[in-house]
Ligand binder design. Structure first.
Ligand code: RIB
Ligand code: CA
Length: 309
C-alpha cells in the first residue's frame, strides 16, 4: 500500500511534538507539509517548536509554514499552564536548522493539494483556524482533501471548561465552519484521547526505544507533572497522536456517525461539541466520532513509529 499523503496542522505543545514524530516515523504516512497555528502558545512559539522537532529528528525537507496568530473572531487563549512558557518546557532541544516556508499556512496547504496527484488527508491537532481559513479561500480544493482526522472536542466533559475541549474552545467559529464543510471528518475527542494516557510504564518503554523514544519520554515526564498538578493524574493523554493513529490504523478507533454542532453563542458552554449520540435531532451526521480506542494497539503503533526515527 502506498503511503497516505498528509498535512499536519499543529500548535506544539508536547503532544503535538509526539504526533509530528509519529507521522515522520511511520512508513505508511507521507508527511507532505506542516502548518502551525496559535493555540497552546503563541504562533511564534508553535512555529519555532515545530521547526525544532523536525530538525531534531532530521526531517528538515518537510516544509513548515506559519498560519493564524489568533482565532477567527476571538482573543487567543493559550495553555502555558500545561505546556510551559516555551510550549515545550521540560526538555532542552536545539534550535531549528531550517527556516519556515514563506508562503504561510493557507498557501502551503493549497499548493500542496494542487501538486498532489491524489487527495490528501488533513490532520489538524490544534485550534481549527487555519483549516477554516483554507476552506474559505480555496473551496475549489475541497475535492483534493480526502479526509480530516482532527483532535478536538468531546462527547462528554471538556478540559478547558466543563463543556469545552481546548482546541474547539479557542476557536469555536472555525470549528463550526469545518464541521459544516461537508468534508469527511473523524473527530478524535477527549473520549478516546483520554484512553491514551502515557503513564510511568509507557514512559519507561519509550526510554528503551532509542533517541526518539527518549526524547518523547522526556517530553512526557514534563507533561505528566503538569497533568498531575492541574488534573490530578500522572498519565498525560497523548491527544494529538491519536488523530495520527486514526489515519495510520483506523481499526484502532471505534467511531459512531453523529451530528456534531458547535456552541458559539453561550459564554458558559462556548466551544462545546454538541454530539447527537442518539440521533434525536434528525440532522444528518457530519462526523465519525471516536467512542473507543484500542489502547494497546495505539501504543504499539507509537513505539514502532518512533523506533524508525
Ligand atoms: O485538548 C487537548 C488539545 O489541546 C491538544 O491538541 C493539545 O495539544 C492542545 O492543543
Ligand atoms: Ca495540539
Amino acid at each position: 500500500m502506498s503511503p497516505n499523503p498528509a498535512i499536519l496542522d499543529v500548535d506544539p505543545g508536547h503532544d503535538d511534538a509526539v504526533a509530528l514524530m509519529m507521522a515522520c516515523g511511520h512508513p505508511d504516512l507521507d508527511l507532505l507539509a506542516v502548518t502551525t497555528v496559535a493555540g497552546n502558545v503563541s504562533l511564534e512559539k508553535t512555529t519555532r517548536n515545530a521547526l525544532r522537532i523536525l530538525s531534531l529528528i532530521g526531517h528538515t525537507r518537510v516544509p513548515v509554514a506559519a498560519g493564524a496568530a489568533k482565532p477567527l473572531q476571538r482573543a487567543l487563549r493559550t495553555a502555558e499552564d500545561i505546556h510551559g512558557e516555551s510550549g515545550l518546557d521540560g526538555l532542552e532541544i536545539p534550535e531549528t536548522t531550517f527556516a519556515p516556508d514563506e508562503r504561510g499556512a493557507v498557501a502551503l496547504i493549497a499548493d500542496t493539494l494542487r501538486a498532489s496527484p491524489e487527495p490528501v488527508t488533513l490532520i489538524p491537532v490544534g485550534p481549527l483556524t487555519n483549516i477554516a481559513l483554507f476552506l474559505r479561500e480555496h473551496p475549489e480544493l475541497k475535492e483534493k482533501v480526502s479526509h480530516v482526522s482532527l483532535m478536538g472536542g468531546s462527547i462528554g466533559l471538556g478540559n478547558t471548561t466543563p463543556a469545552a475541549e481546548f482546541n474547539i474552545y479557542v476557536d469555536p467559529e472555525a470549528a463550526r465552519e469545518v464541521f459544516a464543510s461537508g468534508l469527511s471528518i473523524t473527530m478524535c475527542g477527549l473520549d478516546v484521547t483520554h484512553q491514551a494516557g502515557a503513564g510511568p510504564e509507557e514512559r519507561e518503554r519509550l526510554r528503551s526505544i532509542g533517541s526518539a523514544g527518549t526524547v518523547t519520554a522526556g517530553f512526557l515526564d514534563f507533561f505528566a507533572a503538569t497533568y498531575e498538578r492541574v488534573f490530578g493524574f500522572d498519565a498525560p493523554p497523548l491527544h494529538d497522536p491519536v488523530a495520527v493513529a486514526a489515519v495510520l490504523e483506523p481499526r484502532l478507533l471505534t467511531t459512531r456517525p453523529m451530528r456534531v454542532d458547535i456552541e458559539c453563542e453561550s459564554e458558559l458552554t462556548r466551544g462545546e461539541t454538541v454530539c447527537d449520540y442518539h440521533g434525536v435531532t434528525g440532522k444528518p451526521s457530519n462526523a465519525e466520532v471516536g467512542v473507543g480506542l484500542d489502547r494497546e494497539g495505539f501504543f504499539e503503533l507509537l513505539y514502532d513509529a518512533l523506533d524508525n526515527l
